[in-house]
Design a protein around this ligand. Sequence first.
Ligand code: JB8
Length: 276
Amino acid sequence: MRIDIITIFPEYFGPLSVSLIGKAAARGDITFGVHDLRGWTHDLHRTVDDSPFGGGPGMVMKPEPWGEALDSVQALAGGRGGFGAGPLLVIPTPAGAPFSQLHAARYAAEPWLIFACGRYEGIDGRVADEARSLMRVEEVSIGDYVLAGGEPAVLVMTEAICRLLPGVLGNAESAANDSFGFGDVESGDPMAGLVEGPSYTRPRVWRDREVPPVLLSGDHAAIARWRRDAALRRTAQNRPDLVARLATEAPVPLDRHDLQVLSEAGFPVDGKDMAH
Ligand code: JB8
């Protein structure tokens, strides 16, 4: 996979040479191109921003450097030739669609991604419009808060994407196992739609706290049941939005036992509505 990143802060992407992603890049399984937007300016001060038409606070990124940057980066990798459908351009913005595990999986299947990191109040709106006439473009947000620029969002998305690439994560099971949200409704995975419960390792007793004995029982059915209960409890505690969706969308319907667990976790359960 090839990932190009256009930014005014190339040094922000030092972390891409660390850890699992760094090793995958060193092996050549991922190729990163980090490009300084100011390389496509032509004035002495290498200006990338200007005041907004229509007034208002802050500055907007000028379209010309972005247009040249996207043209060059698209050409850098040999245009459409070597990469099938051409690149997918991903633009982080607080106004984007919520980035989820589904996006990560879809992006991980792309041969070539370009990320455009805005700063200030964002990039002149014509840049995305123009890019859409040349390539596929998606605007995404990593969460309902406002960053000072797209760079940290691109680091976050890159990690979520790259850990799904074959051979990048040490343990292929870990990536297959993280059935987060409702991504894999067809799988019948009993954990789909739930967040994961807690995990434990040695020592069996630590500061007088025991690991739940069922996990040492060797009874795989009992362990699976306990893990589903723990996941239900944590989902009820931290993600009431996901529990609400379980009632109608869960790949494995909630049974009476599930409803009992949710009820004991303090989640308001209406028997008629929850069991479908
Ligand atoms: C300027 O919060 B964010 C985000 C904020 C931004 C830009 C991009 C993304 C560009 N501010 O997702």
